[in-house]
Design a protein around this ligand. Structure first.
Ligand SMILES: [Zn+2]
Length: 398
């Protein structure tokens, strides 16, 4: 079915010559309204039309039908410098087969869904959608305004200790940057993207390379050790002790759960079990008590109280017979200032954990990105600055 209804184009540089709307597409023949004012080479104003050819580009769909603009593209001849040039089209990027606005439309559509889904929706080859997405991605990643509080964390993206370093804004939760590995150089790379921003707080694990990189780039920022990482360390130390003690005891092997759980979360049955283990081994009871006691650190009201607590605990741990607690105490002494900094600036990397989850999902959705750079872009766009178009989210399962 053909119709003569004229649809507004909204591209002021063109005048519509002919429009053809059929069942499955819209073809619009256009030409530019104004000739070029000057020669782009010499600025001369006397130009002659040289020739004309047709150029077909995709534009925004109309009534769910793909739109093809057939542009009568003119070439001009400069009577001064003799150069021949194409007329400039503000709405079509050079040597591309789509208008700017159509490319942006395709790019926006890709948010939260797969490239192949969009490819089917817009009737474009997969490769084309992919190219549009990654062409625009770099442009769209405008620098995220930082709150000044960032978290740096590692995430295991594949089995076998393959890590990414992720820097997240602790207030907005957005990903600032992501880079391969978790060594000093990669941490420098990732964090140096924020050098122009006023970073005054950095939350991290007790991980030397991150610490060194943060100190190099932001010497005046306060470094806070993530509290969840600290308590994880005490649990790990206790677990080593538990394993060695329980070798000599009956039934304690299965008691891991009760022993590692916080005492107030235990069920009656687990409490009974715990009593049994403790009556069997004074050593285990001793270690368990030290571990549980350590958790009170984060119940302290200010950094002075916390410091007194920490000193007392470290003394007690050093007097205990447990090597893992001795080692942990040494770690605490090394990082003490930054552990205590939490009591002045109570920030954690808890939000980063959520983002890490999202990154892993992205990885899974794309069956693993073989191209690192593309993976990085996708993460920054999906977990970062790009404002999500929620209307598209229900397609996400596609
Ligand atoms: Zn010229």
């Amino acid at each position: 079915m053909k119709t003569d209804i004229r649809l507004p184009l909204g591209l002021p540089e063109f005048t519509v010559l002919k429009q053809e709307i059929t069942e499955n597409k819209v073809v619009i023949q256009v030409e530019t309204v104004d000739p070029p004012e000057r020669c782009p080479y010499c600025g001369f104003q006397e130009l002659k039309k040289h020739d004309q050819r047709l150029r077909s580009v995709r534009d925004l769909p109309i009534h769910n039908r793909p739109v093809y603009l057939i542009i009568q593209l003119k070439r001009w001849h400069c009577t001064n410098c003799q150069e021949i040039f194409d007329e400039h089209l503000p709405s079509v990027p050079k040597s591309k087969h789509q208008t700017h606005r159509f490319r942006k439309y395709v790019f926006d559509m890709c948010h939260g869904v797969t490239i192949s889904y969009v490819s089917r929706q817009v009737h474009l080859p997969y490769k084309t959608v992919e190219r549009i997405y990654y062409d625009l991605a770099e442009q769209e990643i405008n620098k995220v305004e930082s709150s000044g509080c960032i978290g740096i964390d590692e995430i295991a993206v594949r089995k076998g200790h393959v890590y990414e370093t992720v820097v997240t804004d602790l207030v907005s939760g957005q990903v600032h940057e992501m880079g391969a590995n978790r060594d000093y150089e990669s941490a420098l790379d990732v964090m140096s993207t924020l050098c122009e921003q006023d970073i005054h707080l950095i939350v991290m694990d007790m991980w030397r390379p991150y610490y060194k990189a943060a100190q190099t780039l932001f010497p005046h920022a306060t470094i806070v050790i993530d509290k969840y990482h600290v308590v994880q360390k005490v649990n790990q130390a206790f677990d080593v002790i538990r394993k060695s003690v329980s070798k000599e005891l009956k039934g304690v092997k299965n008691g891991r759960f009760a022993l590692l759980k916080r005492h107030f979360r235990l069920t009656d049955k687990q409490n009974k079990k715990l009593d049994e283990y403790h009556s069997q081994s004074e050593e285990l009871a001793y270690a368990y008590y030290l571990k549980e006691w350590f958790y009170d650190l984060y119940e302290q009201h200010d950094s002075n109280q916390a410091e007194t607590f920490l000193d007392t605990w470290i003394q007690a741990a050093l007097q205990s017979p447990f090597k893992p607690f001795h080692d942990f105490s040494k770690t605490l002494v090394t990082w003490k200032t930054h552990i205590l900094a939490y009591f002045r600036l109570p920030y954690t990397n808890a939000r980063t954990e959520g983002t890490n989850h999202k990154i892993k999902n992205l990885k899974r959705r794309a069956y693993g990105y073989r191209n690192r750079e593309r993976f990085r872009l996708r993460v920054k766009l999906e977990c970062g600055c790009f404002q999500q178009d929620h209307s598209l989210l229900h397609f996400a399962s596609a």
